[in-house]
Ligand binder design. Structure first.
Ligand code: ATP
Ligand code: MG
Length: 414
């Protein structure tokens, strides 16, 4: 069974990988608390329709990347490819009568059938936030500022760039759509097959294309930012001013466009050059039409999602587990005494490693391998005196300590 591997595109998170992941999610949770965001968890699978409605029938995720299956009653279900659809569904199911704004944070595994590359898996992890019920541009400023704060706390601020753009309001997009289509029709033959299809159905989505030929044509395309309504221009100016005031640096990227109809105004991405082709670390935007598209009451929203695996490749090694105290009993009577002693020490908050077998030398070797700070040696002599020999594992220095005074003595190793 030596070649038994997890399914293609999935990974076992071994303890040292999991430590990185946990460091990331704990940092995010701590900072989310500073901004008043509370955690929500939605199911890992949903009715396929939940994703179809929110991501759009024509999106890459829905057409190519979703894991869809039927349950025993013939219902179509899908493993979630992202987090926003489930949160929007939960909002419509349970939260619509809560006072707004709602500030929600989520984390967990996501599933997409994709070509595997470094930083691109079929099961990966995201954390993300959704701010519901805030139509003002200050909402966008807050979610972007919080993202920057998290990336700074993770120590990767100097490896990422924030790119922002605006998609304007529905009027902007309607007017721009016609201008874009007129331009692209002149280049139809040069577009990829996918983009030719998008031209009729959802031309803005062509900006999402990863095809080099498409991107070449788009370089000369008229930009949406040149066709903003005055209200949209105001909105964007307020977002930029807010970021400046909050001390968050950004660059403008007029090619950053999300194709879905319910996206509007602000779109942003934190990108890095340290991960090769997988440049996007954290991406988001405003989606005022999403909850309504789900069948809920018209509720503005703004938020983002970030990839844990990509961040895990970028952060410094997080601190390892706390070093334990090793308890080393010698002989049967001492073993019985040790069982109550280790519990006493653990209850007092010391991480404790109990040697299971072997003579003194073997157990001290094991204590060393367990990275113990100190070993508490309990032998027959010590037992008679109700004491233990405490060995400092760094210096090798040994001191006899009364059992009743053990916690006080070990406090120096905390
Ligand atoms: P990409 O352009 O890399 O395909 P995306 O636009 O599909 O990204 P989003 O749907 O915006 O990504 O997801 C947000 C974040 O989740 C990304 O910025 C990335 O960090 C992470 N992510 C997305 N897909 C994957 C994947 N297959 N494996 C690992 N991380 C991923
Ligand atoms: Mg993708």
């Amino acid at each position: 069974m030596s070649d038994l591997q997890p399914p293609r595109g999935t990974h076992d998170l071994l303890p040292e990988d999991q430590r990185r992941h946990r460091h990331i999610t704990e940092t995010v949770l701590r900072i989310a608390g500073l901004y008043g965001y509370e955690e929500i968890s939605t199911p890992i699978f949903e009715a396929t329709d939940v994703f179809r409605r929110t991501l759009g029938e024509t999106s890459d995720i829905v057409t190519k990347e979703m894991y869809v299956f039927e349950d025993k009653k013939g219902r179509s279900l899908a493993l979630r490819p992202e987090g926003t659809a489930g949160v929007a569904r939960a909002f419509v199911s349970h939260l619509r009568s809560k006072p707004l704004p709602l500030k929600l944070f989520y984390q967990g595994p996501m599933f997409r059938y994709e070509r595997m590359q470094k930083g691109r898996q079929r099961q990966f992890h995201q954390f993300g936030i959704e701010l519901l019920g805030v139509p003002e541009p200050l909402g966008d400023v807050e979610v972007i500022t919080m993202a920057a704060h998290i990336l700074e706390a993770l120590g990767v601020a100097d490896k990422v760039t924030l790119e922002i753009n605006t998609l304007g309001d529905p009027d902007t997009r309607q007017a721009y759509r016609d201008i874009l289509v007129a331009f692209l029709k002149g280049h139809r033959d040069g577009l990829s097959k996918d983009s030719q299809d998008r031209l009729d159905r959802n031309p803005l989505r062509i900006f999402d294309s990863k095809d080099a030929g498409d991107q070449e044509i788009l370089k000369d395309a008229p930009k949406l930012t040149g066709h903003l309504t005055p209200a949209s221009q105001d909105f964007f100016d307020t977002v930029k001013g807010g970021l400046l005031a909050a001390g968050v640096n950004y660059t403008l990227n007029p090619g950053l466009v999300r194709g879905l109809d319910y996206y509007c105004h602000t779109a942003f991405e934190f990108t890095t050059e340290t991960l090769g082709a997988q440049g996007a670390v954290l991406a988001g935007g405003r989606y005022d039409g999403l909850i309504e598209a789900m069948g809920g009451p018209s509720t503005p929203g703004t938020g983002w999602a970030a990839g844990v695996e990509r961040l895990a490749l970028m952060i410094a090694e997080p601190p390892g587990p706390a070093r334990p105290v090793a308890v080393v009993p010698i002989g049967e009577a001492a073993e019985a005494e040790a069982l109550s002693l280790v519990q006493r020490l653990r209850q007092a908050g010391f991480p404790v490693d109990l040697g299971f077998a072997g003579n003194l030398k073997k157990r001290l070797d094991k204590a060393n391998k367990a990275n113990a700070v100190a070993a508490v040696i309990l032998g027959q002599d010590e037992l008679e005196k109700q004491a233990a020999t405490v060995r400092d594992m760094e210096t090798g220095e040994q001191t006899e300590i009364k059992l009743s005074a053990l916690e006080d003595h070990l406090a120096r190793y905390r």
